[in-house]
Design a protein around this ligand. Structure first.
Ligand code: AMP
Length: 419
């Protein structure tokens, strides 16, 4: 038996309605906020991600699916979309055609992480990127938009965390003071955090190790090292959100894993998904374009995990069990009428009805059982004496009412079923 690869999942027909519900909701909201869909290739040159996301990040240093193709080009399956969307905007000069590109996506992503509930190796994200303008209004819009989608889905136990990472200059100065503080405590840090001390010091805030958490309790905070410009920007974002009644929790330790963030970063977490509690995350990335392209273009965005949102929905019991229905099941009474049944099905499907019949030559009894199982609203009996007289029997499966239909007046079936 060949099976799915560890950390990947089939989405089976019985689960699809949840995905479609969620995707439709997401599309509806992006439409209201006037975001346009963008689709980029599943794989890109590795350098796009290593340069864009940053060599020292977890994604680039240990999670990417990277391989050499047959012409020895290093290729990577996309682990996230922001770098790809920014690449696309620059490549096609969208930033020169309009002051602001408001884009959204729904796409699979690939990261070689240790699978667990809410964490897969192929997973799906939806997200938005607003590229071209640096305005606190856009930072706030990302949070409002993503929060409203989650609320509209019906999720209750949400926390919105926000922080500012300031400018690279402020961050670099701050890193020096963090270094000075941590040098004294280096021996108490976990092995992982010791490594991060040299490679990505801010990420020590993300550590789940008890000793690390204790040390970081008294660490200096970036938010106290912001200049007036950054502080004002952060205050504006927060006041817009508070006007909009979005409950905010400032979390000075929210550093997020990626190098490209500047100023606002945020996450929305749910109590309903266990350890992997972040449903979505995002922030401003004014320097990313310059890192992967030839010009500076500001941007802000977010990415949300569909599997994790579905998990939260399941745990909050938001989806009613689905009941599929069809309009009509054709019951073939005489074996030799196979072609006729196919023709009638085709005719009625062309009229817009959902029609099914038996392909497996089963008995009339088995066909009737199948009609019930498929929740058919009507069944049509084809064959017997009536058929010889040019007639078909249409039965309402709910109340048992029967109507006789002339073979050459098949369109009448539509009127009976659809009223
Ligand atoms: P990130 O791009 O790491 O900020 O992730 C944004 C969101 O994508 C997270 O909050 C999750 O909902 C989702 N996500 C990230 N990594 C995974 C994964 N390995 N499996 C499932 N969902 C993920």
């Amino acid at each position: 038996m060949i099976k799915t690869i560890y950390g990947t999942k089939d989405i089976l027909p019985f689960e699809i309605s949840k995905w479609v519900f969620l995707e439709n909701m997401v599309r509806e909201y992006f439409k209201r906020f006037n975001y346009k869909e963008i689709r980029t290739p599943v794989f890109e040159e590795t350098i796009l991600f290593s340069r864009g996301i940053g060599e020292s990040t977890d994604i680039v240093s240990k999670e990417m699916y990277t391989f050499l193709d047959r012409s020895n080009t290093s290729i990577t399956l996309k682990p996230e979309m922001t770098a790809s969307v920014v690449r696309s905007v620059l490549e096609h000069s969208l930033d020169k055609q309009q002051i602001l590109s408001k884009l959204f996506y729904i796409s699979p992503m690939f990261r070689q992480e240790r699978p667990q509930a809410g964490r897969l190796r192929q997973f799906h994200q939806f997200g938005a990127e607003a590229i071209g303008v640096n305005s606190p209004l856009l930072d706030a819009e990302m949070i409002v938009l993503s929060y409203q989608i989650l609320k509209q889905i019906g999720l209750q136990k949400l926390t919105v965390k926000i922080n500012s990472l300031g400018t690279p200059e402020e961050r670099s100065k701050y890193k020096d003071s963090l270094k000075t503080y941590l040098e004294i405590h280096l021996s108490s840090l976990s092995e992982d955090s010791k490594k991060r001390f040299y490679t990505n010091i801010l990420r020590i805030f993300d550590s789940k190790d008890g000793g690390d958490i204790e040390v970081m309790k008294n660490a200096p905070l970036l938010i106290d090292h912001l200049g007036t410009g950054s502080t004002e920007q952060f205050e504006t974002v927060k006041s817009i959100l508070s006007e909009l009644n979005i409950p905010l929790e400032v979390d000075p330790k929210l550093v997020r894993g990626l190098d490209y963030y500047t100023h606002t970063t945020f996450e929305i977490l749910s109590e309903s998904v266990g350890a992997q509690s972040a449903l979505l995350g995002g922030g401003r990335y004014d320097l990313l374009a310059e890192q992967i392209g030839d010009r500076r273009v500001p941007g802000v965005g977010f990415a949300a995990g569909l599997e994790r949102i579905l998990l939260a929905c399941e745990n909050e019991k938001l989806f009613a069990p689905e009941s599929d229905k069809i309009d009509l099941y054709l019951i073939r009474l005489d074996k030799e009428l196979l072609v006729e049944v196919g023709l009638i099905a085709n005719r009625l499907r062309a009229e817009g009805l959902i029609v099914e019949f038996d392909y497996a030559d089963r008995s009339v009894k088995a066909q009737m059982r199948e009609a019930n199982k498929l929740n058919s609203s009507h069944s049509l009996f084809i064959g017997g004496e009536e058929y010889k007289d040019g007639k078909l029997l249409l039965k309402n499966m709910n109340d048992g009412d029967q109507v006789v239909i002339n073979k050459d007046e098949i369109h009448k079936i539509l009127n009976v079923i659809k009223g």
